[in-house]
Design a protein around this ligand. Structure first.
Ligand code: ADP
Length: 268
């Protein structure tokens, strides 16, 4: 049975196509999120990669900040549910999932069976999210993926004390103009995201094993700083940004199986 998961985020659209609710046949990632044609493009890409026609899908599910604008899926679910499901597909024992996306950060605690026991979300402030890194990469005139290399070269990360992205922007510019080493400033930027996320995590009882999901997971400097702040190892997969889409495809599978494997799911 083929199921499709669609994750329409604030900055990116992701899809995952699963066979039998487990095997990832294809994925897609388009750097365009809610309010764009990114979701449609991501769906087209994933089906094309797998050589599948839409009629061959048993069911689909949509998640993400932009899920309400996508009417073509049979099911919808929160990002919390889908990131947890996707994370458990890759790390079956995981008890805490930290998702850092383009516009928010979430800490999701799971019980031993994988059921969500608690969660916290920072969606009020861009600091501590991918948006903060995007803004800083813009100032430095490098792609956001380039921050990691520079940050990892630093031995003495600069302190970015501003709690607001707009003030932090000025602080970074002042530090650079005062002669601070660029690598140290970039490391400070990455550490600042980690410190903010760790503060969110410390507000609840996080259990190991812990994994990271979302686009910011690709930033090794953030991962390292977060592990130091939490005094915990962090599991990472290069599919981390796709966990939401994978979880949605898994959910579509489970819902279809619950209905006795009927491939003609009613519209939600
Ligand atoms: P959303 O679901 O809200 O669109 P994502 O989970 O896709 O968010 O994460 C998007 C964020 O991930 C971007 O804001 C960016 O800061 C970060 N990001 C994306 N690609 C990379 C990369 N290769 N390296 C580091 N950070 C990245």
């Amino acid at each position: 049975m083929l199921t499709l998961g669609i994750d329409i985020g604030s900055t990116t659209s992701k899809c995952a196509l699963l066979a039998g609710g487990e095997t990832v046949l294809a994925t897609s990632l388009v750097f365009a999120g809610i309010g764009t044609a990114g979701a449609q493009e991501a769906v087209s890409q994933v089906l094309h990669k797998a050589g599948i026609h839409p009629e061959e899908l048993a069911a689909s599910a949509v998640t993400g900040y932009g899920r309400h604008v996508w009417q073509a899926a049979q099911h919808e679910a929160s990002e919390l549910t889908c990131h947890a499901l996707g994370a458990r597909m890759v790390f079956p024992q995981v008890r805490t999932v930290i998702d850092i996306g383009g516009q928010d950060a979430k800490v999701i605690c799971l019980d031993a069976m994988g059921r969500m026991s608690s969660f916290l979300v920072n969606d009020k402030c861009a600091a501590g999210t991918g948006r903060f890194l995007d803004v800083m990469a813009g100032i430095l005139q490098i792609p956001v993926s380039g921050l990691t290399t520079e940050a990892l070269r630093s031995c003495a990360p600069a302190s970015i004390s501003s709690t607001c992205t707009v003030f932090a922007e000025s602080e970074v510019i002042s530090q650079l103009s005062a002669g601070a080493k660029r690598d140290d400033v970039v490391a400070g930027i990455c550490r600042s995201v980690a410190v903010r996320t760790a503060a969110l995590a410390k507000r609840q009882a996080v259990c190991a094993p812990l994994c990271i999901s979302g686009g910011v997971a690709a930033n090794e400097a953030v991962r390292k700083a977060l592990a130091e702040e939490l005094h915990m190892d962090i599991l990472y997969s290069n599919q981390a940004q796709l966990f939401g889409a994978m979880g949605a495809a898994r959910l579509a599978y489970q819902k279809t199986m619950d209905k006795g494997g009927n491939t003609l799911c009613p519209k939600r």
